[in-house]
Design a protein around this ligand. Sequence first.
Ligand code: PNS
Length: 161
Amino acid sequence: MPKLAVYPGSFDPFTLGHLDISKRAAETFDSLTIVVVHNPGKTSMLSLQERAEAIRAAFGELPQNICVDVLETGLLANYCTKIGASVIVKGIRSNNDVDYEFPMARVNRDISGIETLMLPASGEYAHISSTLVRQVFELGGDASAYLPAAVAKIVKAKLAK
Ligand code: PNS
């Protein structure tokens, strides 16, 4: 049976670190769905659809085993069950991420049996976060170096509006 994984996140915006985790996860599973999820705890820069579009653009051409989706509302665990995914993938940059992810991983397993696989961020991306990228851009700086070129273009176009 093909092993399907889901890589969820706010991805506002999708960084080089996210791209790295996506590619590594896609090599590990038969198929990977990158799902843009609304996180009410965070202020947003791009709409959910713009983020999904930026992720597709980041790859240029999406690999055959990767697709991109949006989850506007509802439990991630239910979404995973609906599409037949058995693993949630998360990228881990530091102990802070472990503290943040462990409770979610446990709750997701409690409510649906789904496992969470945590991949360590590659060293060169371990300091990158969407939150910092947003902050730099919104305060007039340029954080393009942390983003796939196509994502940087979308962010700049949005902020110029
Ligand atoms: O990139 P983020 O903002 O850290 O991603 C967190 C996210 C969106 C993956 C998480 O908040 C989530 O899974 N939200 C969906 C709602 C849900 O299932 N909540 C229960 C989590 S145990």
